[in-house]
Write a protein that binds this ligand. Structure first.
Ligand code: ADP
Length: 159
């Protein structure tokens, strides 16, 4: 029984995240998406909104659930008895910090490993920040985020 967590800000969830979720859910038995609540950051979407958008867009995956967490990712993994942390790698620029985080986590708990999925080419440029910027200026985000997130942007930006 392989259980994994997929932590992130998901502000909001994009097709890049969903691609990783779909692929990871095929190789593990259970995948818990962890929405990080960081009091130092001011997200566009509240924790409830971020969770709801992920729930609505991952309904088709029976082994995927969503939770919020605060504090260290490694503690969230332990609380869930997960042995794997899933992360996505987009470009070389992600690599250095991701490697540092993975090594830190492994030194804290050697029983927990990080597994990386490289981004699908069509999403290599995509981040929540990019999606927010395109939506803010009223441009088409239909290739970046699912329709429920598009609607949520419209409401948020009053368009
Ligand atoms: P964080 O704030 O922790 O970077 P994000 O919500 O931005 O959280 O991303 C969560 C994870 O999803 C990270 O591992 C990130 O690299 C990955 N990710 C985000 N966008 C993409 C994408 N377009 N393709 C592949 N992985 C992605």
């Amino acid at each position: 029984m392989v259980k994994a967590i997929y932590p992130g800000s998901f502000d909001p969830v994009t097709y890049g995240h969903l691609d990783i979720i779909e692929r990871a859910s095929r190789v593990v038995d259970e995948l818990v998406i962890g929405v990080l609540v960081n009091s130092a950051k001011k997200p566009l979407f509240s924790r409830e909104e971020r969770v709801e958008l992920i729930r609505e867009t991952t309904r088709e995956f029976p082994n995927v659930t969503v939770q919020t967490f605060e504090g260290l990712t490694i503690d969230f993994a332990r609380q869930n008895q997960a042995r794997l942390i899933i992360r996505g790698l987009r470009a070389v620029t992600d690599f250095e910090s991701e490697m540092q985080i993975a090594q830190t986590n492994h030194s804290i708990d050697p029983d927990i490993d990080t597994m990386f999925f490289t981004t699908s080419l069509e999403y290599a440029f995509l981040s929540s920040t990019i999606a927010k910027e395109v939506a803010y200026f009223g441009s088409d985000v239909s290739k970046l985020v699912p329709p429920v997130v598009e609607d949520a942007f419209r409401k948020k930006y009053d368009q």
